[in-house]
Design a protein around this ligand. Sequence first.
Ligand code: FES
Length: 105
Amino acid sequence: MTDFVAVARWDELEEGKLLGVEIDGEPVCLAKINGVIYACNGECTHIGGRLYEGELEGSVLTCPVHGAQFDLRTGKVLRGPARQDLVLYPVRVEEGLIKVALPPE
Ligand code: FES
């Protein structure tokens, strides 16, 4: 069974912004796009830049280190140097809390 963990309050994450959180020591990047919360690995698939410190424009997340771009709705790489897509995590919003489940190992 997948465990959903509360990581932030809904109102802590502003529309169009990113937020870095951790689950069991794993960095996770949250984003709110048109009122929908997305969650992905917090480290860039290139060489581990902190994606939650990057830029978000629409659904496009730009890594702050070398500028790789990803579509947060799909996880797909849009621009290198990253070649591997992001892993998107399931998200639930319950009682004003954002809950995220890491995939099973
Ligand atoms: S670490 Fe993200 S593009 Fe290099």
